[in-house]
Design a protein around this ligand. Sequence first.
Ligand code: FES
Length: 569
Amino acid sequence: MPESRARGLNDGLTNYGDHAFSRYLRRSFAQSMGYSRAMLDKPVVGIAFTPSGFNNCHRHFPELLAAVKRGVLAAGALPLEFPTISLGEVFLSPTSLKYRNLMSMDTEEMIRAQPMDCVVLMGGCDKTVPAQLMGAISAGRPAIMLVAGPMMTGRHRGERLGACTDCRRFWASYRAGKVSEEEISQVEGQLAVTAGTCAVMGTASTMACLAEALGMLLPGSAAIPAVHADRLRAAEATGAAAVKLIGSQLTPDRIITAQSIENALRVLLALGGSTNAVIHLTAIAGRAGIKVSLDDINRLSDSTPVLVNLKPVGDGYMEDFFASGGMGALLRELKPLLHLDAMTVTGETLGERLAGEEASHRDLAIIAARERPMEPHGGLVALFGNLAPRGAILKRSAADPRLFEHEGRAVVFSSLADLAARMDDPALDVTPQDVLVLQNAGPHADACMPEAGYLPIPRKLAQQGVKDMIRVSDARMSGTAFGTIVLHVTPDSASGGPLGLLRNGDRIRLSVKERRIDVLLDEAELQRRTSAGAPVRAQRGYDKLYAEQILGADEGCDFAFLRAPALAR
Ligand code: FES
């Protein structure tokens, strides 16, 4: 650690018009916490600490914090944790995405405003990891991330269960009348049985893996289960690594570069990872001045195989991914496709990291060899067309290939309330060949882009055994969900996009081969129709800021004024 460049508690003095007095006052107040002068003279590692009674995924953070502090102290610096907003996915209304940018602002400002030479970002639940990375890039101080780690699975009648793919599977069976009231309540108690993030390759696990692919996590730490002793050792090592970063020029913008973003996109595709990650990675890149285009995803998707066999795309859980070597095994398999000169938070390049790792036991049924992939092409495709001029996303690895080339009649729901009111109406005019459309669920709508794109199969069809239909919306989908679901249609309905012009009975054509989603109407008819879009209208507070600043999914749903100057508008 180059201590001479560490400023410790002398950094960023409170302004009283007299620097010496400011230092004196700060030390005096810091001593009230029981620190010796010797401790207060040390470099400082801030720890963005995000436990919350409303965030089950971060339940073990107090224990992890103790381990981070141990690592920092043993390496010769003073660890000081500070709280920021925490986002527990299922506790937030209307959506956690709405608050991601608020958390990023909180993180950025508290890193900048408080005296710290480096920061450890402790995150995990879905939006917390992108929020912290976005904030840390913008703050511009050396930073390293420690993620919560995934939950272990539960058991139900001899079967392994994990949040949240199995939540959805059992709920769909319950709706279809195949699972009783009593059984669904038994299942409820077995879906999330430990601390940590969802047990499948959902958004949280995808973002943890991408953070490691970006180089912001210690090698091998993304997939360690939350309750495993290795997670505590990783926390201690993260604390020590943070101290090594002090005084270095290795700020997040030197790690998160065009090369590492492309590596992360490759990893996302090979994981068959969450569609939400496209939005988050676009936002993270945007803070570093890098533009991610949906065309990039299609280009990379053509040459990146799906290698990881975890739910919701496959069979396994995160605990299996960890036991099979986790991110190290995957990155070694992808090595010829990666930019190996990308820098990581340890000061090694990705290539140096991988050259120094030994292959361990690996279950090829969980992390496949490149020559025998789960799928020859990436898990995600971007679609364009007159229904989505600025793009949409389909997770083809979680979709039914029989629906990839399909034309059907639109059954349109104008809002989430309309969907809830009519979806299970026995009189609903719908057949399995139709295309279910949800409007006004994008980032500019009052709904703030919920994970509602996984429209339920109408009850009367579910009871006939229909398991999948094409569904199209400007909403997102949980990373743990599956089906032939076109998401993130941009521009969204509430900002005047063509999705908002659809009416019942319009013909919609999906062609995965051509990467298109179209409504079979001519331009003149589209021009004639006026959108019933309902953008967010807010008068005050964060709602007002959100309404004025939110960008589309193709710009990561960041706020316009938070992006790097090169991309600001
Ligand atoms: Fe926190 Fe799923 S609810 S990761």
